[in-house]
Design a protein around this ligand. Sequence first.
Ligand code: SAH
Length: 220
Amino acid sequence: MMSTSSEAKQQREDMVKDQISRRGVRCKRTLAAMQKVPREKFIPQKIRQFAYYDRPLPIDEEQTISQPYIVALMTEALALEGGERVLEIGTGSGYAAAVLAEIASKVYTVERLELLAQKSASLLSQLGYSNIEVLCGDGTQGWPEHAPYDGIIVTAGGPEIPESLKSQLKIGGRLIIPVGSSEHSQKLIRVIRLSETEFITEDLADVRFVPLVGEEGWAK
Ligand code: SAH
């Protein structure tokens, strides 16, 4: 059982080395953020001993906290240098938002399920993350009030790339999103906005995320 914060720190060190660096994530800011955020705090009490396992874990409302490597891969793909404004869709446990907030200057995160939005907002403020704002709503519509964003990360899989999210990217900004024609298997896609009207799209990996449910996602 994990009992002390120094044990957790050691488990994080092993996680970063064995699960993340070893698979090719090189970005120093990403590795430092993964080393810092106390993942165990975002995991339901009863399964907290598995916090640093190399896998996603169930959270409330039949949702999941992503595998550590996937959080690192997506964070690295944003190519943050510090100081950015980032939008996350799918707050879930709040873990990925915390990782992003270690690098970006401001993180806006949207969660459609009220219970998860409330729980993660209170946990994140309790952990001292004063640069994260949580909104309960349909993230396929983005969060227009704070747009445009340097980076947007979607942690649930949709059938297509929501136009609303593309339109809320800065020129040069990046959108990382799992997209697939089945609700449970996707390609992780990176979209970079080249100009007002031009975007380039790259394939990063095969992934499995919970469904993105909303206006520009899967139907309820
Ligand atoms: N980033 C999270 C992963 C949570 S799983 C973490 O680190 O724990 C994905 C989350 O996306 C779920 O909580 C789900 O409720 C949420 N979600 C699905 N569709 C959404 C939508 N349209 N807008 C906002 N959140 C959505």
